[in-house]
Design a protein around this ligand. Structure first.
Ligand code: UGA
Length: 434
C-alpha cells in the first residue's frame, strides 16, 4: 500500500521505517526541512537502537522517502498516519492539540476522497470524534504503545493492535496495513473511537501508577527500615502482580508518562469523572526527586553549597538520549541552584543535556565525572554504570559517598570498597543522620 506518516519524531520516524519494513511504499512528512533532509539521507536525529539501519536500508531502496509537502503526501497516500506530538499545554495540565489539529487539517485539504486519516498520537478522549466531524475524509484511531529504546521491536512485534474505527472499510484498510503483524498472531482489538483513545491513556496511567505504587512503598520502607528491592521481588512472584514496572527509584520521566497522566486527569475532570489518584501518582513521583536532593544534602553535611557532585545519567532512562522531564537532570539542576558544583555524564544524552542545561558541568566519561567528587548520584541505570569498579571509583573521588537512585548497584560491593552507600527505599545505616 502507499502510506504517509505525518510527523517524524520518535513515533513517526519509527512508524515510517517499520511500515516500509512491512513492505509498504512510505512517504514521511514533516514541517521541519532539516529533519526531512537528515532522514532522507538516512540519518536519524535521535538515539533509537536499530532505527538508523532500517531507515538507511529503506531510503536506499526508495521504498521510504521524506518530504515537507502536504500536497505531495495527499496525492501519494491511500492511508495517512498522523504521528505528531501532543505536549502539555503551557496554561494547564491538558494536552496541546495544536499540532494534531494542524496536521489533520493540512492532510485533509489534499487527501484523496477515499483516503483514510489515522491518528496515532496520544490524545484526550473525544478528539477522534471531533476530527471525524470536522473533516470529510474518513478518520480512524490506532494508538501506539512503543517504548523508546525498543521502538522498532514494539512496532514490528507489538503486544496488541488497537483499531478505533467507525466503518468496516476503515477496519479493512488497517488490517491490510498490518497484515504481516496480524499474520504473526498479534492480538487485535477493534473498538469505537473513545475506547481506542482510552486504551492508550489508561495503559500509560496504569504503568505510572505501578511505578508510583512501588515508590510509595519505598517511602514506607525508608520510614520503617525495610528494603523495597526485596519487597518488589517478593511481590513480583505473584503472577497477578508481576515484577515488571516495580523498579523503585527516582521515578518516571520522559515525554510520555508524566504529561500523559496529567492530561488524562485533566480530561477526566472535564468529563466529570475525576481520576484523583493520578494526582497522587504524580506527587509520589516528584517526591522521589526531592528525596534524592535530601539525601545529597545529608551526605554533604546539611548543605551542598560548594560540594562537587558527580551525576551519572542524564537521559530519562537508559538506551535513550531523550532528556524530556528527566529525573536525573531535574535533581542535577536543583543541586546546582543550591550552590553545588555539578558534573554530569551520560553515554548518549550529553548534547541534549548541554543544550537544555548549559550551566551544568559535563564530563567525557564516568571516570572524569568522578574525579574529585564529594558525592556521586547514580540516576539513570545505564548498564555501563553497573560495571564501574567501586575500588577504582574510590581512588578517583574526594569522598566516597554515593546515592543509588535506581536501586541496581550492588550495595555490598560498594560498601566493602569503603563507600558510604545509600539507596532509595533501603534502610539508611545507623549514624548517617539522614
Ligand atoms: C512509555 C510506555 O511504556 C509505552 O508503552 C508508551 O507507548 C510510551 O510511554 C508512549 O506513550 O509513547 P517510554 O516513555 O519510552 O514508554 O518509557 P518507559 O519504558 O515506560 O519508562 C518510563 C519511565 O519510567 C522511565 O523514566 C523509567 O526509568 C521509569 N521506570 C520504568 C521506573 O522508574 N521504574 C520501572 O519499574 C519502570
Amino acid at each position: 500500500m502507499r502510506l504517509t506518516v505525518i510527523g517524524t519524531g520518535y513515533l513517526g520516524a519509527t512508524h515510517a521505517a517499520c511500515m516500509a519494513e512491512l513492505g509498504h511504499e512510505v512517504l514521511g512528512v514533516d514541517v521541519d526541512p532539516d529533519k526531512i533532509a537528515a532522514l532522507q539521507s538516512g540519518r536519524v536525529p535521535f538515539h533509537e537502537p536499530g532505527l538508523p539501519e532500517l531507515i538507511a536500508r529503506h531510503t536506499a531502496s526508495g521504498r521510504l522517502r521524506f518530504t515537507t509537502s502536504y500536497e505531495e503526501a495527499g496525492a501519494f497516500g491511500e492511508v495517512h498516519f498522523v504521528c505528531v506530538g501532543t505536549p502539555q499545554r503551557a496554561d494547564s495540565d491538558g494536552a496541546d492539540l495544536t499540532y494534531v489539529d494542524a496536521a489533520f487539517a493540512a492532510i485533509a485539504a489534499h487527501a484523496a476522497e477515499d483516503a483514510l486519516l489515522v491518528g496515532k498520537s496520544t490524545v484526550p478522549v473525544g478528539t477522534a470524534r471531533r476530527l471525524a466531524d470536522t473533516h470529510d475524509t474518513e478518520v480512524a484511531w490506532n494508538p501506539e504503545f512503543l517504548r523508546e529504546g525498543f521502538a522498532v521491536e514494539d512496532t514490528l512485534r507489538p503486544d496488541r493492535l488497537v483499531f478505533g474505527v467507525a466503518s468496516s472499510r476503515a477496519e479493512a484498510a488497517l488490517r491490510e496495513v498490518y497484515a504481516p503483524v496480524l499474520a504473526a498472531g498479534t492480538p487485535l482489538v477493534t473498538a469505537d473511537f473513545p475506547t481506542a483513545e482510552l486504551v492508550k491513556t489508561a495503559a500509560n496511567a496504569f504503568l505510572a501508577t505501578k511505578i508510583s505504587f512501588i515508590n510509595a512503598m519505598a517511602e514506607v520502607c525508608e520510614a520503617a527500615g525495610g528494603d523495597v528491592g526485596i519487597l518488589a521481588e517478593a511481590l513480583g512472584h505473584d503472577d497477578r502482580i508481576g515484577r515488571k514496572f516495580l523498579r523503585a527509584g527516582v521515578g518516571f520521566g520522559g515525554g510520555c508518562l508524566p504529561k500523559d497522566i496529567r492530561a488524562f486527569a485533566h480530561r477526566a475532570d472535564e468529563l466529570g469523572a475525576p481520576l484523583r489518584f493520578l494526582r497522587e501518582v504524580d506527587a509520589i513521583n516528584m517526591r522521589r526527586r526531592d528525596r534524592v536532593v535530601e539525601l545529597a544534602r545529608g551526605l554533604c553535611g546539611g548543605a551542598v553549597l560548594g560540594a562537587r557532585v558527580a551525576v551519572l545519567g542524564a537521559a530519562f532512562k537508559p538506551d535513550s538520549d531523550d532528556i524530556r522531564d528527566s529525573p536525573a537532570l531535574n535533581v542535577a539542576a536543583r543541586l546546582k541552584l543550591d550552590g553545588a558544583d555539578v558534573t554530569v555524564y551520560d553515554p548518549e544524552a550529553m548534547d541534549n543535556a548541554r543544550k537544555t542545561f548549559p550551566l551544568l558541568g559535563y564530563a567525557m566519561s564516568a571516570e572524569e565525572a568522578l574525579l574529585g567528587a564529594d558525592l556521586v548520584l547514580h540516576l539513570t541505570e545505564w548498564p555501563q554504570f553497573r560495571e564501574i569498579d567501586p575500588a577504582r571509583a574510590r581512588s578517583l573521588v574526594s569522598r566516597p559517598h554515593i546515592v543509588d537512585g535506581r536501586g541496581v548497584l550492588d550495595a555490598d560491593r560498594w560498601t566493602s570498597a569503603g563507600w558510604r552507600f545509600l539507596a532509595l527505599g533501603r534502610p539508611v545505616p545507623a549514624g548517617e543522620g539522614i
